[in-house]
Design a protein around this ligand. Structure first.
Ligand code: FES
Length: 160
């Protein structure tokens, strides 16, 4: 994950080299956009015309594929993604308040990334550990039985 500041422009030379590597391959679009995301942490908008040029596609075709897959990100993301569960079990146990507190603590809304690129905030339908509700995930770790103190504590410690 290289592009760490929100307004940083991607390294076009590196981007072009990656794209050029895939030109001429069979069915290269999906593996190519996955490669770009693994290198940059997201798919820079600058990729679209370059991919179209190298793979001989229309930019709208490239954009269509990128927009179709929820796992492909078009904006830089933070080092850690905070996911707050908005499923029913979490909701009835205060999930809404937890989300509000996470937003307040991070100073961002859902779908946004902190200016220092530390955190991206998302919500999810169900984390799958409803018995521990309300839950959040920070990076790869699930934190259950969340309450206001825990939210503050965890975000201060960076989810460790
Ligand atoms: S509803 Fe939140 S973990 Fe299932």
């Amino acid at each position: 994950m290289a592009e760490q500041l929100l307004n940083t422009k991607p390294d076009l030379e590196k981007l072009t080299a990656i794209i050029a590597d895939y030109a001429g391959q069979r069915w290269p679009l999906i593996p190519l956009v996955q490669k770009i995301q693994s290198e940059f942490g997201y798919i820079p908008q600058e990729s679209v015309p370059l991919i179209a040029q190298y793979l001989k596609l229309f930019p709208s075709q490239v954009q269509g594929v990128i927009s179709f897959y929820a796992q492909l990100y078009t904006k830089p993301r933070g080092k850690k993604v905070v996911r707050v569960c908005r499923g029913t079990a979490c909701h009835v146990r205060g999930g809404k308040t937890i989300l509000k507190l996470v937003k307040q603590n991070l100073g961002i809304e859902e779908g946004e990334t902190t200016p220092d690129m530390e955190y991206t905030l998302e919500t999810v339908a169900c984390i799958g550990v409803c018995a521990l509700a309300p839950n959040i995930v920070i990076g790869d770790r699930v934190f259950g039985h969340m309450n206001p103190k825990k939210v503050e504590y965890l975000l201060k410690r960076g989810g460790d």
